[in-house]
Write a new protein. Structure first.
Length: 504
């Protein structure tokens, strides 16, 4: 019996929900959900397992059920002891995270695929696990793209590029991180993400894509099964990319993704084409599936970090429960329209239709608008300091009680005093009109912070550069009083003084 099966048996015996067990144990519902699905297993001597058993004991007492006591802990430790070795477990998790197949890994490491499969399943252990882990870490270090390196850093906790090889090598054979905290990994990925580096990494030339454009006179192009489904999506984005229109793209997809993402080359080309469409100026309106397992959602969000950081994504979700039988996909832009359908969790009998005919585009676009009318915004995303929606949202919400968490590249404007503001304006040779707008904004920001602190608390995290980093990427103020052709930057001295005022 596996750990997840024993856990489900105890849940049924006590008659409790995941939220009940979360309340009694102090563990989050997300952690318990991953335990129940088998995605995670607590270590035999971990505090997490102790809390889980204590939670069950509390619920048994509340329900008047005879307690299992120490017996439960012994049962759990026994089944956990039967799980695969740590190397096989972490190798499996790494491959799933990167969506690498055994064939890809075999080519990368120059090892026999069947030998790697036995290591992954726990049926075989390398003669020298340390050397094996080091070889794998070095090979991945030389081949992975920046976006994939972020995913690996989320698993291993590596903070810098120099940490990549030792952190991955150690993680493969030893548990240095303890229990996985998906939210913490997600935040770490955001912290370490370099948008400029990602954009520079878009290096696949259009000639190497296995995609082609469709033209209006070709009529409807049909695709079948999983290979056809992949090809249809690549052809859709290539057609958008090669068209004259930078208009928006509307996307909805509840088709199963597991089969689609087994092809690593497809995933890379899909991300490349998306990125190129964004660089062209297209905005993406997408309905996300929020009913996926928690860990899948976090990994999915990490994959989308580069896309979200462009400020060109408008996310939505449907409040109704996910349909798991009759599946659909709708992508549409001014250049072409794609529709797919399938049954259940397999793409074996799926079909896709791609067309650049104006009448068909109009039809699908109307369907997409109708679909989006039933969706709700997933989050508020604003781009640029001139965005009125951003300013109005802050004015509306700053009086609401709660906790504000702000992350910024420069200290908050509200901590400036008039003397330092005048010195910064002098350094930037500001005219009278800009000085007037800057002072007015300073007063409004001080009022803004006061109102927050009257109703709750505010935590501000400032990403402080070294002097060398400052000289290479001198930070500028990001404030709505600046016009599009205006900028205000620091000197190193005024930056340090503003930082000091903020700490005080």
């Amino acid at each position: 019996m596996e750990f997840r099966e024993l856990l489900k048996k105890d849940l049924d015996r006590v008659g409790c929900s995941l939220s009940d067990l979360s309340r009694a144990s102090g563990l989050s519902s997300a952690v318990i959900s991953r335990y129940r699905s088998g995605e995670r297993i607590p270590r035999p001597n971990s505090e997490m397992l102790q809390k889980l058993c204590s939670g069950f004991a509390k619920l048994e007492a509340e329900a008047g059920i005879a307690p299992l006591g120490e017996e439960r802990l012994l049962r759990y430790r026994a089944v956990i002891g039967n799980k695969p070795s740590l190397l096989s477990e972490h190798l499996d998790e790494l491959l799933k995270t990167l969506r690498l197949s055994m064939k890809d890994l075999s080519y990368l490491l120059n090892y026999d695929a069947s030998y790697l499969s036995r290591i992954r399943s726990g049926k075989r252990t390398p003669a020298d696990p340390v050397a094996f882990a080091d070889h794998m870490a070095r090979s991945l270090n030389e081949s992975l793209r920046p976006s994939d390196r972020l995913l690996v850093a989320g698993l291993t906790g590596a903070k810098e590029d120099a940490d990549f090889v030792p952190a991955l090598s150690a993680w493969l054979i030893q548990s240095g991180m303890g229990e996985e905290n998906s939210i913490e990994h997600f935040l770490n990925s955001i912290s370490s993400f370099d948008l400029n580096q990602y954009i520079r990494s878009i290096s696949i030339s259009p000639e190497t894509f296995r995609a082609r454009t469709v033209r209006p006179e070709e009529g409807m192009k049909l695709y079948y099964d999983v290979e056809g489904s992949r090809q249809a999506e690549l052809d859709f984005f290539m057609t958008v990319l090669q068209s004259d229109s930078p208009g928006p793209i509307y996307m909805y997809n509840d088709m199963p993704m597991e089969e689609m993402t087994k092809d690593v080359d497809f995933v890379k080309q899909w991300m490349e084409l998306i990125a190129r469409c964004l660089k062209k100026g297209c905005h993406i309106h997408i309905i996300h599936n929020v009913y996926r397992p928690f860990i899948e959602m976090m990994l999915g969000l990490e994959t989308w970090i580069p896309i979200y950081m462009t400020g060109q994504v408008h996310p939505y979700y449907l409040t109704s429960q996910e349909n798991t039988v009759f599946r659909h996909c709708v992508y549409v832009s001014d250049a072409c329209a794609l529709q797919k359908e399938g049954i259940g969790s397999s793409l074996e009998n799926s079909a896709a239709v791609l067309s650049a005919a104006p009448d068909h585009i109009t039809y699908v676009k109307n369907r997409a608008k109708q679909l989006f009318s039933h969706a709700s915004p997933l989050m508020k995303i604003t781009r640029g300091v001139q965005n009125e929606a951003q300013i109005n949202a802050i004015k509306t919400e700053y009086a609401v009680p709660g906790v504000w968490n702000i992350r910024a590249c420069v200290p908050p404007f509200s901590t400036l005093n008039e003397e330092l503001l005048d010195r910064i304006l002098d350094e930037n040779h500001a005219g009278d009109d800009l000085r007037k707008r800057a002072r007015t904004f300073l007063y409004s920001q001080k009022e803004f912070l006061d109102r927050i602190l009257q109703n709750g608390t505010c935590s501000i995290e400032i990403l402080v550069p070294s002097k060398k980093e400052f000289e290479e990427y001198t930070p500028e103020f990001d404030a709505p009083f600046l016009n599009s052709d205006e900028s205000l930057s620091y000197s190193w001295e005024t930056y340090l003084e503003h930082l000091s005022l903020s700490k005080e």
